[in-house]
Structure formats: C-alpha cells, structure tokens
Design a protein around this ligand. Structure first.
Ligand code: UFG
Length: 332
C-alpha cells in the first residue's frame, strides 16, 4: 500500500514518513520545500510541488492509496499578522489538494489538525466534543479543513481522520530529525538554546496567568508518539469495512500539563545548565491552559503517548548538540 505524505519534508511529516516505512508502507513525499528540508526526505521518493498544483499531483495520486496532509503554515502569531498567507495555503491550497484526492478516486485521508481549533477552552481537559471556536487564523484554517472533510465524508464517501495535536516536541531516537523552525518560536528549542549559549535569553511570556505558578500550561507530546498515532489512524481507515464515508477527529496529547516553569526545570535537569531567562509580557492569543483528554485516541486507535517530558527534552537536546555547526539544513 502506498501513501502520499504531503508536507513530508517537515518536522512532523518526516517522522511519520519513517514510521510508515517501518510499518511496511510505501511512501511518496510531496513537498514544495518552502519550510521543509530536502535532507529530511532523503531516502524517500520526493516529488517537489505545491498542494495546489493539480496537474503535478494527478500523476502522483494515481500511484497511491491514501493521503496524509501535513503541508501547512503553523505559526499562530504569523497567522494573525498575515492571514492571507494562511488562508491561501491552509484553506485554499488544502481544499485544492482534497479535490485532487477525490478526483483521483482516493477515499482515505489523514489530516494534521491542531488543538488550536478549540480556541480558549471552557473546560480542562479538552474533549473532542468541546466547542471549536478558534481565536486565530491558524486555528480557523484547521477548523475549516476539518469541516470540509466532514462535508466530503457525507457527500462523497471520504473516509478521514483528523488528528488534533497538542504541543509536538522532541526529536527521533536516531537523532536524524529534530525541531527546526525559522524563526524558532517554540518553548523547548528556545529554552535549550538559552542554556547552550547558541541563543538569547528565554523570554517567559507572562507569569500572571491563573495557573499554579502563573505561567501557561501545555500538553507536550513526543513527535515519535505522534508518528505512531498516524500509522494507527491509517490502519483504522483500512480496517473499516463499512463502505460509507466517515470523519473522525481525535486529540493527541498525554493528558498531563506542564507550565513554562516546569519545562524550564526539565531542561535544566537534563542539560545540567541554567536556562537564562526573564519574564516578559503575555503573548497575544495564548490560552492559559491547554491539556488534552486523550481517552478517545486510546479507545479508537489504541494509542497512548509512551514518552514523557524528560524524553522530549533529552532527545531535543541531543539533536540540538549533534546538529550544531549551522550546516544541518543545507547538507544533503
Ligand atoms: N513560551 C514562552 N516563551 C517562549 C516561547 C513560548 O514563554 O519564548 C510559552 C508560550 O507562551 C506557551 C508555551 O510556552 O505558553 C508553549 O509555547 P509554544 O510556542 O512552544 O507552543 P504554542 O502552545 O504556542 O503552540 C502550539 C503549536 C501550534 C498550535 C498551538 C495551539 O505549536 O501549532 O499550540 O495553541 F497552534
């Protein structure tokens, strides 16, 4: 069985491509390399193209049985400043991809969604039934596509799983793939950089939230656990004998929340170094607490996160040290 991994040269997509291959699937990576890295697709067939390029997609889709879609812009702050970019790619581009998939006769689709679809949650932990009211264009773009999948499932028999990630973190065991964003805005890589000397002081975005220690609480989930969930989602799609369309959305988190200060302590414990930091203002659009109720993923996919915050930080730290030297992205 062959799978098209759109956005497979990125941080999460490339982990999933490897997990699929380990599970016996053939993988074709489709990526425009706008934020992905050629190096992460090494050893795979890489087709360079944009998700809105119908002609290019047609010939690739003719060779695959299912599609996984990771090709999205994913900065919350940038989406507020430049919504046009987000709606063009994450909404218009994704819809174009979905139509190409449909026209190719493919009915199995796994979508990389986000806890950003919930906005400011009314209750913690967040279940899949919680109100979806995104508070930024990034979340709105993910919600739009989830709704499109729902409609395509009803109308055209699409069979889809949307996986709502909480905070993806960590690097793979082999040290091949770590978190690398340009610019970097995520807490764990910035905290590691702040104690390695390669980055500036970490700015804590507010310590006056109504949480235990005043800093925001998040549910961090290891990227290898996320990858495993995608393989399970695919098997779930394969295992359904009911020929009608359906659309399922599940949270991927650990169900445990860590504050910014908890993460800093974990980073200091793993590295044995102090995280240079200061407390700054709140970052616009940050909910105080986001923690998943992860029971649905366990019930439906048999998935639970296996790795904790220490493994996320330790693997990210090893990866950061190994990839230091600056040529990581360029070396093929
Ligand atoms: N934080 C800091 N200082 C920093 C960076 C982050 O204090 O320099 C804090 C943030 O305020 C937040 C927490 O650390 O409370 C985690 O921030 P990240 O930027 O690492 O992650 P986010 O929670 O903002 O983003 C994640 C995903 C998005 C997703 C979003 C949903 O990366 O894709 O959750 O809210 F949309």
């Amino acid at each position: 069985m062959a799978i098209l991994v759109a956005g497979g040269a990125g941080y999460i997509g490339s982990q999933v491509a490897r997990a699929l291959r380990r599970s016996g699937y053939e993988v074709v990576i489709y990526d425009n390399l706008s934020t992905g890295f050629r190096r992460l697709a090494r050893g795979f067939e890489l087709v360079e193209g944009d998700i809105s390029h119908e002609v290019k997609l047609r010939s690739v889709l003719a060779r695959v049985d299912a599609v996984m879609h990771f090709a999205a812009h994913a900065y919350v702050g940038e989406s507020v400043e430049n919504p046009r970019k987000y709606f063009r790619n994450n909404v218009a581009g994704s819809l174009s991809l979905l139509n190409s998939v449909l026209d190719a006769g493919i009915r199995r689709f796994v979508f990389s969604s986000s806890c950003a679809v919930y906005g400011i949650p009314g209750e913690i932990p967040i279940t899949e039934q919680a109100v979806r009211a995104p508070v930024n264009p990034y979340g709105a773009s993910k919600l739009f596509f989830e709704n499109a999948l729902e409609a395509y499932a009803c109308a055209y028999g699409m069979r889809a799983v949307s996986l709502r990630y909480f905070n993806a973190a960590g690097a793979d065991e082999s040290g091949e793939i770590g978190e690398l964003h340009e610019p970097e805005t995520h807490l764990i890589p910035l905290a590691l950089a702040a104690c390695s000397g390669s980055g500036g002081e970490l700015q804590i975005h507010g310590d006056d939230y109504a949480t235990g220690d005043g800093t925001c609480v998040r549910d961090y989930v290891h990227v290898e656990d996320l990858a495993d969930a995608h393989v399970r989602a695919l098997r779930y799609l394969e295992g359904r004998s009911d020929p009608r369309g359906f659309n399922l959305a599940v949270n991927l988190g650990t169900g445990r929340g860590y504050s910014v200060l908890d993460v800093i302590r974990a980073v200091e414990g793993i590295t044995g170094r102090a995280v240079r930091r200061m407390v700054g203002a709140r970052r616009a659009g940050d909910p105080a607490v986001l923690v998943a109720d992860a029971t649905e993923a366990q019930r439906v996919l048999g998935w639970t996160a296996q790795r904790g915050i220490e493994e996320m930080v330790a693997s990210a730290w090893s990866w950061m040290r190994e990839s230091e030297g600056g040529d990581w992205a360029e070396s093929a």
